[in-house]
Design a binder for this molecule. Structure first.
Ligand code: ATP
Length: 375
């Protein structure tokens, strides 16, 4: 088990900076996912760790050794690629044993290790088959076997599941995770699939335009996004601008044209972000974290937005509605079947709100009446 230290890493292609001051510590045996939208620098970070991209500044250490300037072959990393990158003229066994041959392992030891990998990866019976005659899932297992065979300090996974169909992707997701835990190997996994990162990783690193937006466990980043960017990226992309005042233990929301004043109690998990948000705040909430009610039947301790249904869809399980509130359309899931034109209330519990200082005030959210105690 080895640890990975990345400190203040900067990488530029030509004149343009792709990674800017990235620092990250991956603990021994930990599975870390790098998550971010296309072009944010995930693959570049992985390639910098493996030594295939020169760095402009900062430091990389693997198992306590500074490898910042070391060539790839002097770093104990192994990479699995989206495109498998197998040798097409070789069999399964030859591909898995390839790294061992390069390291000049004696033949009997190679055969032993390859057999072990075939067993681990459920590739028994396919040892002598040419890899071009394997399915996508099988090919990626071979690539994984080739990477693990050399017992690397760090396993680097570059979107290994992106080319596979949905069912195989789910299957392999769990297999990779189980294998990584069983072998206790330190792994860094690049993905742009939020759910994949959530279910596979011990911790998730969210990258945004070459910098780290947040590092945390799946639960931490989901429940406590550190910024509007992370909140939106993790699905809380309904945003309502409110006027808030922080009082002891609560966030007082002033009435607006489409909602009444409400006192949202603050607790450990409640209205996270509200502690620093006062005045105009952008409150983010998830489609699935709100519900709809008839306008007259709403609870007092939740934020309630009055609107009208403009769109309906049935993605499966629950209905999904577009609800226009003032000039903004929010997406909300609900169990009940409703119709376009229905007047409804969107009910959002405080624990489902992620509040941040508003980036810009939206006219429709400016309160017309400030409650007396806030005036
Ligand atoms: N060899 C290169 N030369 C110049 N620019 C590059 C090179 N490789 C990547 N880039 C640029 O660097 C930025 C980050 O690329 P990178 O591949 O690290 O992103 P990513 O987050 O892995 O994206 P994706 O999810 O699309 O693979 C992008 O703007 C990309 O166009």
């Amino acid at each position: 088990m080895a640890e990975l230290h990345v400190e203040d890493l900067t990488v530029a292609y030509g004149g343009s900076r792709v990674l800017d001051g990235v620092s990250l510590h991956v603990r021994p045996g930990e599975f870390v996912a790098l998550l971010g939208s296309s072009g944010c620098g995930k693959t570049t970070l992985l390639r910098a760790v493996s030594g295939f991209v020169p760095v402009d500044g900062g430091r990389i250490a693997i198992a306590g050794q500074d490898v910042t300037r070391a060539p790839p072959e002097r770093r104990d990393t192994a990479m699995v690629f989206q495109s498998y990158a197998l040798w097409p003229h070789m069999t399964t066994a030859q591909n898995i044993g390839y790294g061992l041959k390069l390291r000049r392992w004696p033949r009997p030891r190679i055969a032993e290790r390859v057999a072990e990998m075939l067993r681990l990866l459920k590739l028994d019976g396919l040892a002598d088959r040419n890899v071009t005659q394997l399915s996508g899932g099988q090919r990626q297992r071979v690539a994984l076997g080739r990477a693990l065979a050399v017992k690397p300090d760090i396993l680097l996974l570059d979107e290994p599941l992106s080319n596979l169909d949905a069912r195989i992707r789910l299957e392999l997701r769990h297999e990779i995770r189980a294998l990584q835990q069983r072998l206790g190997i330190t792994a860094v996994h690049v993905t742009h699939d939020r759910e994949e990162a959530m279910v596979m990783a011990d911790r998730i690193v969210i990258l945004n335009a070459g910098t780290i937006a947040q590092i945390g466990t799946p639960e931490e980043i989901y429940r406590r996004p550190a910024s509007p960017f992370v909140a939106s990226f993790l699905g809380a992309d309904n945003v309502v601008t409110l006027h808030a005042v922080r009082t002891a233990g609560a966030l007082e929301i002033a009435a607006g044209p489409d909602h009444d004043a409400v006192r949202l109690p603050l607790g450990d998990d409640r209205a996270y972000g509200a502690a620093t948000a006062e005045g105009p705040v952008d409150a983010h909430f998830r489609t699935e974290a709100a519900r709809l009610a008839a306008p007259g039947a709403v609870p007092a301790d939740a934020l309630v937005l009055r609107g009208r249904i403009t769109q309906t869809a049935y993605p499966g399980g629950r209905w999904r509605y577009g609800v226009a509130v003032g000039g903004t359309v929010f997406l909300v899931d609900d169990d009940e079947r409703r119709t376009v034109g229905d007047a409804v209330a969107i009910v959002i519990q405080p624990s489902a709100l992620h509040c941040f200082p508003a980036r810009r005030e939206r006219p429709e959210a400016t309160p017309t009446i400030w409650p007396n105690h806030l005036a």
